[in-house]
Design a protein around this ligand. Structure first.
Ligand SMILES: [Zn+2]
Length: 139
């Protein structure tokens, strides 16, 4: 058997097996084009759509936040941002901790400047300048 004949033989054997499977129960119908495809197929060989099942119950359900979460959100937002400053100032007034307090205060002030930079970007006309090019995409 020449190589070409061998290839033809194996191709016809593959087609035979494929047809056998299509005639059996191991098939389903593509929801998009209606053609028969293998039951295990993840993509339709006729039109190319995905045949994978989508996860069920994937709708997002909004739940009101618990009072505990709200408490920590308020504590974290209002008080923790100044934790470094408070600790720094407290350490500066405590003998033996001055250099630690100074380092803490410097880090806290750098953090404040970064925070201030972002607050300015998102609240002033700089923000409008940044989003202006994108506004025209939606009208
Ligand atoms: Zn299809």
């Amino acid at each position: 058997m020449s190589n070409d004949n061998a290839n033809q033989y194996s191709a016809s054997k593959t087609n035979e097996n494929y047809n056998k499977v299509l005639e059996s129960n191991e098939v389903k119908y593509c929801y998009n084009c209606g053609e028969k495809v293998l039951a295990k197929a993840v993509v339709c060989v006729h039109c190319g759509v995905s045949l994978q099942k989508l996860p069920q119950n994937n709708t997002y359900e909004w739940k009101p936040w618990s009072s505990m979460a709200m408490f920590w959100l308020i504590v974290g937002t209002l008080f923790l941002p100044f934790f470094g400053e408070i600790m720094g100032i407290w350490s500066l007034t405590t003998s033996g901790r001055r250099s630690q307090g100074l380092a803490l205060l410097i880090f806290a002030l750098i953090k404040d400047l970064i925070l201030l930079f972002f607050v300015l970007i998102f609240t002033t006309t700089i923000f409008a300048y940044f989003i202006e090019p994108f506004i025209y995409l939606f009208d």
